[in-house]
Design a protein around this ligand. Structure first.
Ligand SMILES: [Fe+2]
Ligand SMILES: [Fe+2]
Length: 279
């Protein structure tokens, strides 16, 4: 059975990427630097929820897609970590230890759930997977903006970063329905799906602002928290994703009839991009 997802391994060399790789905009750069040091840990977290769910999957198509999903997220994590290394983000005190602690906690949680007797193991897996669905909802909405010329000007990015972000965003749109379909296939229901959203939806924007401020304070050339005025300027200049727009689309997740198939309006642009990438 062929998967609808393709694992691509683009060669991206960050050698010439400057420190402030969003058109000399330090704040917009740091807002997106979260991707490089934070997203890989998140992707490992998504992967583990899918690995836990594998033993309940009976559909060969979904099995093939699970493998491809894990492959895609693994390559994403690797290339973002390469970018983080290039930018010396991990050398900043306060980043590597935090990421390593998150990884250790995730591994411990995986072992604990994997050792649970049924039906507790499956219930815990569904709950973990539901947080993955929410994370994929967030990434799909941001990814959709990357392919919306009215919102994001990709020419504002240093070339290797532009490649990294476009490729990653396109694959996020490509696999956005997979975790959802997997969740439904193994019996996940509405209440467990929306449970993490009750905390996650109100928390995501404050979380992003705090994280951006955190990395800006760690940067010896900046040492101040995020400024709303520069943020508004960056959104007008299409150098930062539009968080108001993002927020406006979050609640669709709460609809009982929600399916991620319906959330991306620039899916076709993303698909065309991927087609060219492999050609
Ligand atoms: Fe990803
Ligand atoms: Fe993803």
């Amino acid at each position: 059975v062929a998967s609808r997802l393709t694992v691509r391994r683009p060669k991206i060399d960050q050698g010439d990427t400057p420190k402030y790789w969003v058109l000399d905009d330090p704040q917009a750069t740091h807002a997106l630097n979260i991707l490089h040091f934070g997203i890989p840990a998140g992707e490992r977290y998504f992967i583990d929820s899918v690995r836990l769910a594998m033993k309940y999957v009976t559909d060969p198509q979904l099995k093939a897609e699970a493998k491809a999903f894990i492959g895609q997220e693994t390559v994403h994590a690797r290339l973002h970590e390469q970018a983080a290394e290039h930018l010396d983000l991990f050398d900043t005190p306060g980043i590597r230890p935090v990421v390593e602690r998150a990884d250790r906690r995730r591994e411990a949680l995986y072992r604990r759930i994997d050792a649970m007797p049924e039906p507790r193991r499956k219930r815990a897996t569904l709950l973990w997977l539901s947080t993955t669905l929410l994370g994929e909802h967030f990434t799909a909405l941001i990814a959709d903006q990357v392919f919306d010329e009215a919102k994001v000007d990709t020419d504002a990015l240093a070339p290797a970063m532009r490649e990294l972000i476009q490729w990653h965003a396109a694959e996020e749109l490509e696999h956005r329905t997979f975790p959802y379909d997997l969740y439904r296939h193994i019996g996940g229901g509405y209440l467990t799906r929306v449970a993490p959203a009750v905390v996650g939806i109100p928390g995501v924007v404050p979380g992003l602002v705090l994280l951006t401020s955190y990395v800006m304070l760690l940067d010896p050339e900046i040492r101040r928290p995020m400024s709303i005025r520069s943020y508004v300027r960056a959104v007008r200049g299409r150098r930062s994703p539009n968080l108001l727009d993002f927020v406006a689309q979050l609640p669709v997740y709460l609809r009982p009839s929600h399916h991620p198939d319906h959330i991306a309006s620039h899916d076709d642009v993303a698909r065309a991009y991927l087609q060219e990438l492999v050609a």
